[in-house]
Ligand binder design. Structure first.
Ligand code: KIV
Length: 262
């Protein structure tokens, strides 16, 4: 087994107040860089539907696509814990199907855990997958697979409901919970109220850890960026200018030069 960061380690980090750093990745070369940078958790997010496949939501992503991308990332990661994101309709319809699909992430793709969206409404599924010895990370607040039910990608502010969701997923056996699109003061209360690590995205600074989407952080696409994203660099601009230079050098005859010829 390659992953060195374990569920136990993440619990210890929460206890010691050490921040957990998580990031998404979808392919081998980026996963190598992410792993080498010291990131503790790599999520193969179904966000790949939007940042890799060009879809306008995560809903079209399939189990087979998730398995393919998770395998690429798992091969690359020597230290980070690998979490496979269960796509829309891979766990909602039937608990048995959910266990089978969660198992595919472990058996076929090399993940150490799975993530699924939902709170109190998915406790039976979390219990069943955990009973099959597969660690489950829950995901509450703004859950992108419920985009149509939420009426868009909206910040979630119902404190009572969010606290209840967090407590319920902990009771069901989730080892961690992603808090997405939640006001900072509510995330702080949730983080204090439960003993499993909270990983925030658009949920303020007091979560036990943070996660971002790789392509947002690196500036790899020109979609609108949410308020919570910090773009640390703009690899998109760098790539565009390199590509333009290639076009112009081929057209002008500057490339290939003598040093590129046999
Ligand atoms: O799909 C994803 O990348 C996610 C993270 C943003 C938490 O669910």
């Amino acid at each position: 087994m390659k992953s060195k960061i374990t569920v136990t380690k993440l619990f210890q980090m929460k206890k010691k107040g050490e921040k957990i750093v998580a990031l998404t990745a979808y392919d081998y070369p980026f996963a190598r860089m992410v792993d080498e940078s010291g990131i503790h958790v790599i999520l193969i997010g179904d966000s790949l539907g939007m940042v890799v496949q060009g879809e306008s939501s995560t809903l079209p992503v399939t189990m087979d696509e998730m398995i393919y991308h998770t395998r690429l990332v798992a091969k690359a990661a020597e230290n980070a814990m690998i979490i496979g994101d269960m796509p829309f309709m891979s766990y909602q319809a039937d608990v048995k199907e959910a266990i089978i699909n969660a198992g595919r992430f472990i058996k076929e793709a090399g993940a150490a855990a799975v993530k699924l969206e939902g709170g109190a409404d998915v406790v039976d599924t979390i219990k069943a997958i955990s009973r099959a010895s597969i660690p489950v990370q829950a995901h509450i607040g703004l859950t992108p697979q419920s985009v149509h039910q939420m009426g868009g990608f909206k910040v979630q502010r119902d404190e009572e409901r969010l606290l209840n969701d967090a407590r319920k997923v902990e009771e069901a056996g989730a080892f961690s919970v992603v808090l997405e699109g939640i006001p900072a003061d509510i995330s702080q209360k949730i983080t204090e109220a439960i003993s499993i690590p909270t990983i925030g995205i658009g949920a303020g600074p007091d979560c036990d850890g943070q996660i971002l989407v790789l392509h947002d952080l690196l500036g790899l696409h020109d979609r609108h960026l949410a308020k919570f994203v910090k773009q640390y660099t703009n690899l998109g601009d760098t790539a565009r200018s390199a590509l333009k230079k290639y076009v112009s050098e081929v057209q002008s005859g500057e490339f290939p030069g003598e040093e590129h010829c046999y």
